[in-house]
Design a binder for this molecule. Sequence first.
Ligand code: SAH
Length: 510
Amino acid sequence: MADKKPKGKCCLVGAGPGDLGLVTLRAKECIEQAEVIVYDYLCNPEMLKWAPENAEIIYAGKKAGAHTLTQEEINALLVEKALAGKNVVRLKGGDPFVFGRGAEEAQALAAARIPFVVVPGITSAIAGPAYAGIPVTHRGKNSHVTFLTGHEDPEKAGSSIDFGALAQLGGTQVMLMGVERIESIAREMLAKGMRRDLPVALIRWATTGRQETLVGTLENIAERVTKSGFTAPAVAVFGEVVALREQLNWFEDRPLSGKRIVVTRTRTQAGVLSEELRALGADVIELPTIRIEPPNDLRAFAELVQEAHAYDWIVFTSPNGVTAFFDLFYKLYDDAREIGGARIAAIGAATAQRIKEFRLHVDLQPEEFVAEALVREFRKEGGVENLRILLARAEKARDLLPKELSALGAIVDEGFAYRTVPETRDETGARRRLLEEGADLITFTSSSTVENFLALDLPWPARMQVASIGPVTSQTARARGLEVAVEARRHDIPGLVEAVRKFFLGKSEE
Ligand code: SAH
């Protein structure tokens, strides 16, 4: 039938155990091409930043608030979206076919004759122990591994796990979904003849900045869980290999392990700071306070961009302005030479860097990163009288620059390339996490991050201290009633990271 809509497809994708670096390249490709994404509680939501802007993103996990989808509803949702012609990505924590009910979803798709692919993921059953310094096999200790679910209460009739057989088998046993029932499971294992002093480890939120490990023996592990308030999600490992952790625990003793740190830059700028803090072991919450949107009058800006070649100078004041300008420019033209003889000025190193990324030379860059300095430079260059200047900038920017340049006799056109708006969405659940779990430290990298964060009006978590990139930012924070605990000596991202590291190092030595 000619008018029948082509069917979409569904990718069942393993999202790995949590650490973003443990997602496969194939998984990332799938996310980048998705039209609909249905994701779970245990997926690290930060990977959603790889999704196209207009992808429909559906949360299907538990803890979603009031409404939770049943497995049948999820199956039906995948089928429905794919039948509507969509490229659907079903993102599941760890590996989709390891205790994740991915098999049932694949069956529902197969039954509906929807083409599907499976992208295996790194399962928490292996990654959890590995990040706790526990190899699931060791030549000298065991020659087989068993994966089991702790979902079923062993004391209930009809439990399908034969603990007697497991006790006979020995080796390493890795159990998912069992923290809540650890007491009855351990009791059952003991009753079936497993050693009282068999080493046991529980690893919660494995591979993330929130990872914690609890070690004990089969006899005392349940008591330790209760005493320490240890909760799901966690992987349990039973076996001799657990003892190797004493020597191999590589992940949990990094300088910022156990510290939760908030990064307030925009989603596109947060990367480097977050990565460096994470590399030191911190649990980073990226909480962007603003986002970049197209200007209210995009057509007006496009008309100026189209005429770019007619200007003597094009002045950029921010990296966002550069990106907005060239994105449009290359939609209008397919040849860089269309920029003609226009020379290019940039305020700020990051702005100049972005221009270079578009393979264009920066003709003028004042040493100081402010508009006043640019006006001075133009003066030095012999003035701008009768020169045509295009300013590509944000809506609502200071109007000093156009005024001063006009006063020097230039013919100035202001192009509004973008606008910044408060970030109202919470797609990654960052705000919810901050409210529920609090944080140890919040980082501010400019006065505007302070202002924008406070404008969100979130309750300030108890114990959360402030780190600032330099005196100007600190001053803004103090003026708004905040106490600054850390100030970077060097006012850039590496300087801030170093200051944060020293701050916590000093504390742990107290
Ligand atoms: N398909 C998933 C498992 C889904 S079942 C996988 O391959 O990892 C859900 C269980 O997985 C949780 O109850 C917990 O036991 C375990 N789990 C998943 N991610 C985890 C993590 N980051 N840390 C600890 N346990 C995790």
